[in-house]
Design a protein around this ligand. Structure first.
Ligand code: S3P
Length: 182
């Protein structure tokens, strides 16, 4: 990758793969503003994601998500963290791959499960993991999604790393080209 090609840094990956915290860590280091697609969806819908799913269903959420992804990717010099399912959509994928350098933050199912529950079996579960056995659902969904996440420009394995370490790895890959927007 030529360093002058970095227009946006876009972080994709499963829920709790660290997209938001890594985006904050990168933003602190390079001073590009951070945009979180789920936060933007919540602002536009004026309700939490879990309520959008409950009141209007997943399809309505995905429609809103597509609008938000298209809007936020039209800027440059941003650290963008979209929701974990957004990259599964072909149109979102095309937009993201065109508008920025896309990093897949990968993590093992057990790591994801621990990050979601912090070891607390009664921790609230994300809408898509539903009732039942969350680790089994994470394994199943991740097996479906991992080949698609792998279409990102780069993959960074996050197991055992802090957000700062992942941010450093990403900035190293980006090289000095990122400075052009500072
Ligand atoms: C989703 C991930 C969530 C949120 C929604 C759907 C998914 O975002 O967009 O609950 O399909 O994986 P995070 O990845 O930020 O948890």
């Amino acid at each position: 990758m030529q360093s002058d090609q970095v227009r946006n840094i876009i972080l994709v990956g499963f829920m709790a793969s660290g997209k938001s915290s890594v985006a904050r860590a990168i933003s602190r280091r390079c001073h590009w503003p951070r945009i979180d697609a789920d936060e933007e969806i919540v602002t536009r819908a004026r309700k939490p994601i879990s309520e959008i799913f409950k009141d209007s269903g997943e399809d309505a959420f995905r429609t809103l998500e597509r609008e938000v992804v298209s809007d936020i990717c039209s800027e440059t010099g941003r650290i963008i963290s979209p929701g974990g399912g957004s990259f599964m959509d072909e149109e979102n994928r095309r937009v993201m791959l065109e508008c920025g350098t896309v990093f897949y933050l990968s993590a093992q199912p057990e790591t994801i499960h621990w990050r979601i529950t912090r070891g607390n079996p009664n921790a609230p579960v994300r809408p898509l993991l539903g009732a039942g056995n969350p680790l089994a659902r994470i394994k199943e969904l991740l097996a479906e999604r991992a080949p698609v996440y792998s279409q990102a420009h780069h993959k960074v394995e996050t197991d055992g790393l802090t957000s700062d370490q992942v941010a450093q790895a990403i900035l190293k890959i980006c090289g000095p080209g990122i400075r052009q927007y500072i």
